[in-house]
Design a protein around this ligand. Structure first.
Ligand SMILES: *Cc1c(COP(=O)(O)O)cnc(C)c1O
Length: 379
C-alpha cells in the first residue's frame, strides 16, 4: 500500500478532516443569512482571540497580498520605512515598499539570527519612519524575532506604525496585537491555522486605522482597509466576493483552536518543536536558527557531511514526507520541515520515522533509531 503523503513543508500544512469538510460544502450565496452569521462570528472571534481593539480583515489572497495590504494602508509615496529583515521573507518587503515609492532602509541579520531591539531603537532615532516591518518567524531561517520587546521600543516612536508579518507564526507563536503594541499583524490561512491556501487574515489596531484615514484615497483598490471595514462589520454587504468555503474552513480552524485553547496551542508548538529539533540533532543534523531565537513552527535543518539534498528530499518524499529545500545561499545545504498547525503526535513520529528510513536507505552512518528514541523522551 502506498504511504500517505505528509505535507511537512512550512505551509501549506496538513489539513484535518473537519476543515476539509467545510471546504467541500455546497457553496451558498455570500448573502445567505447562515453564511453571514458564520462570517460575523469568525471576525469577532479573531479580534477577541488576538486581542485587538480595531479591525480584522479576512480577504481572499495569499500571505504576500497581506504584506502588500499592510504597507498600502499605512504609508504613502516618499515616506520612510524601516525594514527589519531576518531572511528571505523580510527581504520581500524591500521589493514591495520600493515599488510603492517608499524610501527604504534595511536592518538585516545573519541568517539564523535576528536584529536586536537595541539596534532597531538606534535606527528609529535617525529619522521619522512612517512604518517598520518585522517578520515574526522568517520561514527561510526559522529565526523568531522578539516582537514583544520590539513593541516596547515602538512605544517611544508614536508616529511609526509597527507591522508584523505573522505568516509562519500566527496561531502557532504567541502574538497579542494590542498587548504587544503591534499596529498591523497578518497571516495566511495555509500556515499555522492549518487551512488550505487562499485567505489572508489581517488585524489592524486603532493607530493603524487612524493612519489609514489620514491618507485619504489610496492608489490600491482591492486591499483598501476603508473599502473592507463596512464588510467586516456587516458581511451581508458586498464589496468583492468573499471566499465562502474558505471562510467556513477558517471558522472551523478557529473552533479547533478554541477547543484546544490558544495558550495551550502555543505551548504545544514549543513542546513539539523542541522534540523535533532535539531528535534531528541526535540524528546528526544541525539546526540553522540560533538556539535562543529558534521558532516553534518549523525547523531549518543543515545536512551532515555526505548527504545530497535532492537525493535526500526525493527519498524522503517516497517514504511519505514532503519537506522544503533551503532558500538562497542555503539551497542544497539544508531542508526545512514545518511542524505548525493541526498536527498530532502521530504525524510527528511518522515524519521522524520517515527521515530515519531515508537515512538508512541512503546508507548514511548514524545511530539507528536515535531520532525516535529522542522523541519518546520528549513527547
Ligand atoms: C509563506 C510566507 C509569506 C508569503 O505567503 P504566501 O501565502 O506564500 O504569499 C510571507 N511571509 C512569511 C513569513 C511566510 O512564511
Amino acid at each position: 500500500m502506498k504511504n500517505k503523503k505528509l505535507v511537512m513543508i512550512p505551509g501549506p500544512t496538513p489539513t484535518v478532516r473537519t476543515i476539509n469538510d467545510q471546504m467541500g460544502r455546497e457553496t451558498v450565496a455570500f448573502g445567505d443569512p447562515v453564511f453571514v452569521k458564520d462570517f460575523s462570528e469568525l471576525i469577532v472571534d479573531l479580534k477577541q482571540m488576538w486581542r485587538v481593539d480595531g479591525e480584522c480583515f479576512v480577504v481572499a489572497g495569499s500571505g504576500t497580498m497581506a504584506m502588500e495590504m499592510a504597507v498600502a494602508n499605512v504609508t504613502k509615496r516618499d515616506d520612510n520605512v524601516l525594514i527589519v529583515s531576518n531572511g528571505f521573507f523580510g527581504d520581500r518587503f524591500i521589493d514591495i515598499c520600493t515599488r510603492k515609492g517608499l524610501n527604504v532602509d534595511v536592518l538585516s541579520a545573519e541568517w539564523g539570527d535576528v536584529v536586536s531591539p537595541e539596534a532597531i531603537e538606534e535606527k528609529l532615532k535617525e529619522k521619522n519612519y512612517a512604518a517598520i516591518t518585522v517578520t515574526h518567524v522568517d520561514t527561510s531561517t526559522g529565526a523568531r524575532a522578539p516582537i514583544e520587546k520590539i513593541g516596547e521600543v515602538l512605544k517611544k516612536f508614536p508616529d511609526t506604525i509597527y507591522i508584523v508579518d505573522g505568516v509562519a507564526a500566527s496561531a502557532g507563536e504567541r502574538e497579542y496585537v494590542d498587548d504587544m503594541n503591534i499596529d498591523v499583524l497578518f497571516t495566511g490561512s495555509q500556515k499555522a491555522f492549518g487551512v488550505a491556501p487562499g485567505l489572508a487574515i489581517v488585524w489592524a489596531g486603532q493607530k493603524a486605522l487612524a493612519r489609514r484615514k489620514s491618507l485619504g484615497t489610496i492608489p490600491e483598490y482591492y486591499i483598501d482597509f476603508e473599502k473592507w471595514i463596512p464588510i467586516m462589520n456587516d458581511p451581508s454587504k458586498y464589496y468583492a466576493t468573499p471566499a465562502v468555503n474558505m471562510i467556513w474552513a477558517l471558522k472551523e480552524s478557529v473552533r479547533l483552536i478554541k477547543e484546544e485553547g490558544l495558550e495551550e496551542r502555543y505551548d504545544r508548538h514549543i513542546k513539539v518543536s523542541n522534540a523535533f529539533n532535539d531528535s534531528l540533532e541526535a540524528m546528526g543534523f544541525k539546526v540553522l536558527a540560533k538556539k535562543e531565537h529558534r521558532c516553534s513552527t518549523l525547523s531549518t535543518v543543515l545536512y551532515p557531511e555526505g548527504i545530497n539534498d535532492a537525493e535526500f528530499r526525493k527519498t524522503l518524499a517516497e517514504e511519505g514526507a514532503m519537506v522544503a529545500g533551503g532558500l538562497a545561499a542555503y539551497a542544497g545545504k539544508m531542508f526545512r520541515i514545518g511542524h505548525m498547525g493541526n498536527i498530532d503526535d502521530h504525524t510527528v513520529y511518522s515524519a521522524i520515522a520517515a527521515i530515519e528510513r531515508t537515512l538508512i536507505r541512503l546508507g548514511h552512518k548514524y545511530e539507528k533509531g536515535i531520532g525516535l528514541k529522542t522523541l519518546l523522551e520528549k513527547i
